[in-house]
Design a protein around this ligand. Structure first.
Ligand code: AMP
Ligand code: ZN
Length: 477
């Protein structure tokens, strides 16, 4: 399998350190708000990677942190503490906010069929581990104390910039969203390992440390949580591309200075979900959640399908039109699966050939859009339905689109109502999804959208009729 490694900027053959076993570390969410669908694009694509490695037969050990302390509104140690911001916004304690949004994150993952890693560790569980690593870095001369805080000294490294070739001078612009400068830093790129005396006097969570009562910086948590559960070596580290710098760069600096050797072999970065006005971000305040998609009548798996249709290393533009197209395609796909009849023998030659097209796509740096094409190709095979169904079930171990279960449900629904009798299943799936969307639009009192949907159907010769039993349809001509 080939995987693009952002550290070498090349596609490389993937070889785990230990035969048959892969260790993965994933930067988890900062739980001061709901995850937006941009965050969830990253977790969806990481999920596909993990599932594909399992599909190939590897044992996967994957660990994820939950950031519930230390992440400031600028990734470069300035601004307000994000958790505190969330707590103030909702008049709750930081731990209440953390619990609420951690649960919400897991609920979103479940809806999107994202497997939650076996080990999920909140940062606030690991303060002793943070103190140990900071002490080691001080001992080895990679860190210093200034103004009450402990900083990592980036000038001690031969190579600090792993993912970007920044010039020291550019950093004033490159790292900082804000213009604040921290006069304690010896070098512009230095970053905080442990805060004690600082402007964050109202910090709610504080712990005793050898350097005074305080709290950890954001970057140290991932280095320590990865070490706690996976040891000194990692095969793959994942995250969104915005995490590459400074967060992952700083993780590498800390871990490799502590261990004295290379830490992580492959860096997997998912590019952003953007809207027409730019990157979707929690701090902007306006963002889309899975619940909002549901309120608008979308099955969350439509969003998963939308993500799979594009490559993880390209920015993906979200628009409602794009999502509508994904919904139509997804519903058609389910309708086609529903037409296949169970029973009969699987043709092992045809199965192997089709499977190879699927694995070739994913072996080439997780090309999920080609993998989806390989799925469509299944319907064109010269083979019985049993072979096709077996392939779909097999591919769905990675894609997780619930294709077989949804098709069975669709068949059940059709059996119960005679309204759709004789209607092409694809057309029926389309009409039903439009009826669902119209119902959701009405619920939101978005009557313009409800009317638009009715008119779109009408233009196709489909008339809707609202009855006491629900919306019925008739097809003209
Ligand atoms: P956060 O909760 O802000 O720590 O982010 C959680 C994950 O989502 C990180 O891996 C980020 O890099 C990633 N992320 C943030 N914004 C986006 C976006 N617009 N599209 C894709 N991934 C994102
Ligand atoms: Zn991290």
């Amino acid at each position: 399998m080939y995987l693009y490694n952002s550290a070498s900027r090349k596609k490389e053959v993937f070889t785990p350190r230990e035969e048959g076993r892969v260790t993965i570390y994933t930067c988890g969410p900062t739980v001061y708000h709901f995850a937006h669908i941009g965050n969830l694009r990253t977790y969806t694509m990481e999920d596909v990677l993990e599932k594909y490695l399992r599909y190939l037969g590897y044992d996967v050990d994957r660990v994820m942190n939950i950031t519930d302390v230390g992440h400031l509104s600028s990734d470069g140690d300035t601004g307000e503490d994000k958790m505190l911001k969330g707590a103030k916004r909702e008049h709750k304690t930081v731990m209440e906010i953390a619990q609420y949004y951690t649960d919400a994150f897991f609920a979103d993952c479940n809806k999107l069929n994202i497997r939650i890693p076996d080990t999920v560790e909140p940062a606030t569980n690991c303060v002793p581990e943070f103190i140990t690593m900071v002490s080691e870095l001080l001992e080895k001369g990679f860190a210093y104390e200034a103004g009450g805080n402990i900083y990592f000294d980036t000038s001690k490294l031969d190579k600090y910039y792993i993912f970007n070739d920044f010039e020291e001078e550019d950093l004033a612009v490159g790292v900082r969203d804000s213009v604040e400068e921290d006069g304690n830093k010896r070098n512009k790129a230095d970053f905080v390992l442990w805060f004690t005396k600082s402007k964050f006097e109202d910090q709610e969570l504080k712990w005793p440390s050898p350097w005074g009562i305080g709290y950890p910086g954001w970057h140290i948590e991932c280095s320590c949580i990865a070490r706690k559960h996976l040891g000194e070596y990692l095969d793959i580290h994942c995250g969104g591309i915005d995490n590459a710098f400074p967060h992952h760069t700083n993780e590498i600096a800390q871990s490799e200075s502590t261990f004295g050797h290379e830490w992580c072999r492959y860096w997997f970065h998912v590019h952003h979900l953007n809207t027409n006005s730019g990157k979707m971000s929690k701090s902007k305040g306006e963002f889309l959640t899975v619940s909002l998609l549901e309120e608008k009548g979308y099955d969350p798996l439509v969003y998963r399908f939308f993500c799979l249709q594009s490559h993880y290393r390209k920015n993906l533009v979200f628009s409602w039109d794009n999502l509508d197209n994904a919904r139509t395609a997804y519903n058609k796909l389910i309708a086609r699966v529903a037409q296949l009849k169970a029973g009969g023998d699987v043709d092992s030659n045809v199965f192997a050939e089709a499977k190879k097209r699927f694995t070739d796509a994913l072996d080439n740096d997780m090309n999920t859009s080609l993998a989806v094409t390989a799925l469509y190709d299944v319907f064109k095979l010269t083979a019985g339905d049993a072979t096709k169904l077996a392939l779909i079930e097999d591919f769905d171990k990675v894609l997780s689109l619930d294709l077989i279960a949804k098709a069975a449900k669709l068949n059940e629904k059709d059996e119960q109502s005679d309204e759709g009798a004789g209607v092409d299943p694809e057309l029926l799936a389309y009409i039903n999804s439009m009826i669902d969307a119209r119902r959701a639009a009405k619920k939101e009192k978005n009557f313009a959208e409800a009317d638009r949907i009715r008119d779109e159907l009408l233009a196709k010769g489909i008339t809707l009729l609202d009855t006491r039993e629900g919306t019925k349809f008739s097809i003209n001509g």
